[in-house]
Design a protein around this ligand. Structure first.
Ligand code: GTP
Ligand code: MG
Length: 460
């Protein structure tokens, strides 16, 4: 176990609240708590994993700092695998600060952001990908996202990566045997076994990499831009999808002049929905600026909802916008709005056959809105079923490591196929193994670890 100082921090949000939880971890936790806590029992004599009522008293002034509940948890069955004390005090900024100051006076030092979790990692309770999931759980914006983050925290990704590493290690050891005892097996036999073993690992890595499209959307959210010419109902759709009266709606073309953003949960996908100014040629200076912002918004969009007027059909302004989106290769969905105004079934049928990929909707009557939401979810999952129960890559760092591992494995495969020597193959396999190990922290660079934990919140 790695030897550490005793650290303390507030683990609950700062501000007015029912209670605050102050956490302390490290070898002196119990002795420090013993000096300032007065309950029925001395903290030293308190059983582990029990809670005791008492008072925190400043030994110098004999003043009561707060009335608290103290939880004692002895290593190793704790969050950090060290001795941990948790103090539940009254809420509020002042009391938590006074308690912390007391702990600092008696030998603890302030915990850095994420330092408790960093210790859980350094002491081997969780691996690096699980530690990263801790923050994802805290920051999850929808149920769907927290479910996926919790699974990663439980270790689903770690198991998958460890299985892949295990396959490579087995292969490497048989190669080493062959290199050490060439009489044991012919090199060709080992090469063939190597090829058979590398291919399934490569396939698994490919499937993990391809899950990142969805994983990234879950973790970072998805940007959906509503675009189209003036007056087609973009702001009305924005209000409908966000269930708010956020954007101003009028029948005057050119109503929206600026970008309007709103976060919304669409079928569990965290979406930043963006309403834009209608795109058209205009001499109005303000509107011009709005139009150029609309065009800029398209560039960062994950998905564009192109809105057109179902009654009027697509005119050259609409097709210009679609052409622009196509040229820039942005994924988009065509929505024909205001179908509530079309009462003639024949016209509706014709619209459907003229625009087979378009969704017919009405932003004022809710018609087709469910379909729009489903399409957003389908885009996020790339139309694949049951994605939440797959092992997902949600983190760009993990994706990068997988891409590097894949490159080494492909190079190993090429080496095998072109009949290069076993030690060339072995070098590539070792490199791939190392890249995979960086996901879980088997191979860890100190600056990467520090950067990961620096993004944590205080007290976690
Ligand atoms: N009947 C009907 N009218 C709609 C529908 N959607 C929007 N409208 C009307 O169309 C007009 C324009 O709607 P907006 O939502 O302001 O249109 P916009 O695309 O945001 O317009 P700009 O901001 O000017 O680009 C308003 O009078 C809306 O009430 C719809 O589905 N059916
Ligand atoms: Mg508008």
């Amino acid at each position: 176990m790695f030897v550490s100082e005793t650290i303390a921090g507030v683990s609950t949000a700062v501000g007015n609240s029912g209670i605050s939880v102050i956490r302390m971890s490290g070898p002196n936790s119990f002795s420090i708590a013993n000096k300032i806590f007065k309950g029925k029992k001395e903290v030293i004599d308190q059983d582990t994993h029990t809670l005791q009522y008492g008072k925190l008293i400043d030994p110098k002034s004999n003043e009561v700092v707060d009335e608290v509940l103290l939880t004692k948890m002895a290593a190793p069955r704790t969050y950090t695998r060290e001795d941990v004390i948790e103090i539940s005090s009254h809420g509020g900024y002042t009391i938590a600060r006074n308690i912390l100051n007391l702990l600092y006076q008696y030998g603890a030092r302030p915990a850095e952001p994420g330092e408790f979790t960093k210790r859980a990692f350094l002491n081997g309770r969780i691996d690096l990908s699980q530690a990263e999931a801790v923050m994802d759980v805290i920051q999850a914006r929808t149920d769907r996202v927290s479910k996926v983050a919790l699974k990663q925290l439980e270790g689903t990704l770690s198991h998958k990566i460890n299985d892949l590493r295990e396959s490579l290690i087995t292969l490497l050891s048989s190669i080493e045997v062959n290199l050490d005892y060439p009489e044991y097996d012919a090199e060709e036999v080992t090469l063939k076994a190597a090829r058979d073993a590398v291919s399934p690992v490569l396939m698994e890595i490919d499937s993990l990499i391809s899950s990142f499209h969805y994983g990234k959307i879950l973790r970072e959210g998805m940007e959906v831009v509503i675009a189209g010419r003036p007056n087609v109902g973009k702001s009305s759709l924005m209000n409908r999808l966000t269930r708010k009266d956020r954007s101003i709606v009028t029948d005057i073309p050119g109503t929206t002049r600026d970008i309007i953003e709103e976060y919304v949960n669409i079928k569990g996908i965290p979406v930043k929905m963006i309403d834009t100014a209608g795109v058209r040629e205009t001499f109005d200076e303000v509107e011009k600026l709005g139009v150029s912002r609309s065009i800029k918004a398209l560039k960062t969009a994950d998905l564009v909802l192109v809105l057109a007027d179902a009654c009027e059909g697509l005119n050259h302004e609409d097709t210009d916008i679609i052409q622009r989106i196509r040229t820039e290769k942005h994924p988009y969905l065509l929505l024909l709005n205001k179908v509530d105004l079309i009462t003639d079934d024949g016209r509706l049928m014709k619209l459907k056959s003229d625009y087979p990929d378009a969704l017919l909707i009405s932003a004022v009557s809710d018609k087709g809105i469910e379909k729009v939401e489903e399409s957003i979810l389908k885009f996020a999952t790339e139309n694949r079923q049951d994605m939440d129960n797959q092992v997902l890559i949600t983190n760009a760092r993990h994706e990068l490591q997988l891409i590097k591992a894949k490159e080494y494995l492909q190079s190993a495969k090429t080496a095998i196929e072109s009949g290069l020597t076993l030690d060339m193959v072995s070098m590539d396999l070792k490199a791939a193994l190392e890249e995979l190990g960086r996901i879980t922290g088997h191979h860890a660079d100190e600056d990467v670890i520090n950067a990961i934990f620096a993004r944590f919140c205080l007290g976690k």
